[in-house]
Design a binder for this molecule. Structure first.
Ligand code: AMP
Length: 270
């Protein structure tokens, strides 16, 4: 049996504005293409280019995994949100110097021209050095999706906790695939969409931690940083996994209720 990998990306004047990845059976292609076109056309700016690809994948090459647990921490300001995200990253043994470098790249635009990338930065967790081969494009995680049952279950849980957003479903898929690779220490992300200000820090042990107000509303800046342990890393094989290995989420991790703002006191209290 074949599955199909469907990828969409939309840009305006060569700047990335929207993208999505799916893995599905042939009977759902038409429905999903319609959704993807509507996603691209309702971006914050009208794209002048929409690119869609459909590739067949052999179903027996697919790995099935469980999604990360989901937590949400409310923040009353961007400063407080960054404090929280920094603290989570530090708890993974990442130095403040490296964390600052990641924040600075996402805040100023990670390409040499100061624009957004369509993929992610891969950062050496010890030195803060960028090791992705193309610092304008980044690495785009693809071939990740949910079984229909798992997606339905996740949608229901997110609705029950009042945190449903299509972006959470897509981003949790990406974060789960990335965290599943042992070389990944953690991920930091916030969207480049000016209306969506919730970001996250994710890792295998810490789960997917959403942090509200990670950027000012109206800001077009966003991106993803994968902090990676370089010891024993085969970069080519790591990127091949992210871009090419088909992964399906068939079980959903726990979803926790929203944690109220910590008022800048941090996760360790005080
Ligand atoms: P989004 O959450 O879709 O607004 O994306 C925020 C940023 O994350 C984008 O500007 C890209 O730099 C990056 N990004 C989006 N989708 C992916 C993906 N599938 N793989 C890697 N990076 C991505």
């Amino acid at each position: 049996m074949f599955l199909y990998s469907i990828r969409m990306r939309a840009s305006s004047s060569n700047v990335h504005v929207s993208g999505a990845e799916h893995l599905l059976t042939g009977d759902r292609i038409e429905e999903v293409l319609t959704d993807l076109l509507s996603q691209a056309l309702s971006s914050y700016t009208t794209p002048d280019e929409i690119w869609v690809s459909i590739d067949p994948i052999e179903a027996n090459s697919v790995t099935c995994i469980k999604s990360l647990h989901v937590r949400t921490i409310a923040s009353s300001s961007c400063k407080e949100a960054h404090w929280t995200a920094r603290e989570i990253l530090e708890s993974h043994g990442i130095s403040l110097k490296v964390i600052e470098r990641a924040f600075q790249l996402l805040q100023s635009g990670p390409t040499p021209e100061g624009t957004n990338m369509r993929g992610a930065i891969i950062m050496d967790v010890f030195t803060g050095e960028r090791i992705e081969p193309d610092i304008r494009r980044g690495v785009r995680v693809s071939r990740i999706d949910y079984t229909e049952d798992a997606r339905r279950h996740l949608e229901k849980e997110l609705n029950d906790y009042g945190i449903y957003h299509k972006r959470v479903i897509d981003a949790l898929g990406i974060a789960t695939k990335v965290a599943n690779k042992v070389e990944t220490v953690a991920e930091l992300c916030w969207s480049d969409n000016p209306d969506y200000t919730t970001g996250y820090v994710a890792s295998k042990e810490g789960g997917y931690v959403r942090v509200t107000s990670m950027k000012e509303s109206g800001s077009l800046r966003g991106g993803r940083v994968f902090f990676v342990n370089p010891e024993g890393l085969d970069l080519e094989q790591y990127i091949h996994y992210l871009e090419r290995q088909p992964v399906i989420i068939n079980r959903i991790g726990e979803i926790f209720p929203l944690l109220p703002s910590l008022g800048g006191r941090g996760l360790r209290g005080g």
